[in-house]
Write a protein that binds this ligand. Structure first.
Ligand code: HEM
Length: 415
């Protein structure tokens, strides 16, 4: 352990409600620091995070196995099912398994595939905004971004409409298993039994798509398993659960974080209102400024030295994407939202072999969702409220975000 260990619990409610000053201090004074509360290394500078993501063979993404080894014999039975699923998630595997799985799933996420989803996304956003318009005040997450992202990923996978609400609840409930954060033992055990339910559900769905395939992604994965022998049935099931999870939480929170950030920078919001063609660059800046993947975790595969710190094989290493994205050595005046800035190279989607597969989809959902929300309700206001930030390292987002929509431009135009 490093001599001057940092004891701070950065997930306590006070620090986590505005974590940037804490991580900025680390970045300036001790860019590779041992955190005694988290029992791992925290890396905050852009160059170091970028290097570890893209060029370092010293770190591994396979972070789940140690939890299985730590389990008591009673926990192990439940946990083995979880491990069977999480052990095949792209973001939790290393090459060569990662390379094979990613090549298969990649086909569903090319920019042209995502472009084909665009009309459906627009229809869903219109329906959600029609429903919201009647209410006046909505929770952006519950009433807008969550149903939007759930609908998009469900369409891709071919999940029947009737099952979608249940699948959305499951994705929420397995969070303690996937994302590091504060969660009670009780919630974790509940999450493990939900994971088993999801496994059964997707095993059944993959079986029926194998017998009568459709145009959806579950059918494509089942075909790759059945005809090509390219992946196992467990991997098909694990990949479906991973996509439901990865496709929802991050984008849901990102849209909410963006609404909040734009309300805190009225000049930027006004600029966007006057120049909606800036939406593409605004989304990139919002990803840099308030992307939901605050940090990701890895394990040291071998002993190595980073900025004179000796990191031992097996140590946990946290790459703080948000601190890297606000590193003044990389982005000038980084704590200011500037939708016209050059954000090239930001790390909101990480980088290297695990670079977010859903990046094009997330960008499209955010561009359409935010664009249509702000165009239709240009006077939208975020009223004063106590935000409860989810105590989760990867998904920093509020649990709820109330907004007053103001007048509906569509009705005004019609009347
Ligand atoms: C704003 C929204 C999103 C953010 C901020 C985000 C962020 C990230 C980050 C940081 C990673 C790297 C994880 C790691 O290396 O440990 C990642 C990986 C991944 N993301 Fe996203 N993501 C978003 C949306 C999506 C969507 C919509 C999907 C699609 C369904 C998706 C699917 C994936 C997958 C499959 C991986 C694993 C890739 C791999 O390991 O090869 N993400 N994402």
């Amino acid at each position: 352990m490093a001599p001057e260990a940092d004891p701070a619990n950065f997930l306590d409610a006070a620090t986590w409600s505005d974590p940037h000053p804490y991580f900025a201090h680390l970045r300036a004074t001790e860019p590779v620091s041992w955190n005694e509360w988290w029992k791992g290394w925290i890396v905050t500078r852009f160059d170091d995070v970028d290097h570890l993501l893209k060029r370092s063979p010293e770190i591994s993404a396979a972070t789940v196995a140690p939890a299985l080894h730590r389990a008591t014999p009673e926990q192990r039975k439940l946990r083995e099912a979880t491990f069977r699923v999480l052990g095949s998630w792209l973001m939790l595997t290393d090459p060569p398994d990662h390379t094979r799985l990613r090549r298969l799933v990649n086909k569903a996420f090319t920019p042209s595939t995502v472009a084909r989803l665009q009309p459906g996304i627009e229809r869903t956003v219109t329906d959600l905004l029609d429903a919201a318009a009647h209410r006046g005040r909505i929770d952006v997450i519950r009433d807008f971004s969550h149903p939007l992202t759930l609908s998009v990923i469900s369409e891709m996978l071919g999940i029947p409409r009737a099952d979608r609400p249940q699948v959305g609840v499951w994705a929420e409930e397995i969070m303690p298993l996937v994302l590091e954060g504060r969660s009670s033992q009780g919630r974790r055990e509940q999450a493990e039994s939900v994971m088993q339910e999801m496994e059964m559900y997707f095993r059944g769905m993959a079986g029926s798509r194998r017998r009568s395939p459709g145009e959806d992604l579950v059918s494509a994965l089942a075909r790759a398993e059945h005809e090509g022998g390219l992946l196992s049935e467990d991997e098909v099931v694990a990949t479906c659960i991973m996509l439901i999870f990865a496709g929802q939480e991050t984008t849901t929170g990102f849209i909410a974080n963006s609404v909040l950030a734009l309300s805190e920078y009225p000049d930027q919001r006004e600029l966007l209102r006057r120049a909606p063609q800036l939406m593409g660059s605004a989304v990139e800046e919002l990803l840099r400024f308030c992307g939901t993947a605050f940090a990701i975790t890895r394990l040291a595969r071998t002993d190595f030295v980073l900025r004179d710190r000796h990191i031992a094989a097996g140590d946990k290493v946290m790459l703080v994407l948000s601190a890297a994205n606000r590193d003044p050595a990389r982005f000038a005046d980084p704590d200011r939202l500037d939708i016209t800035r050059d954000t090239a190279g930001h790390l909101a989607f990480a980088g290297g072999v695990h670079y977010c597969l859903g990046g094009p989809l997330a960008r499209t959902e955010a561009r359409i969702g935010l664009g249509m929300l702000l165009a239709r309700f240009p006077d939208l206001q975020v009223p004063p409220q106590d935000l409860e930030w989810r105590p989760v390292i990867v998904g920093r987002e509020p649990a709820a975000l109330a907004v007053d929509l103001g007048p509906d431009r569509r009705l005004e135009a019609a009347g």
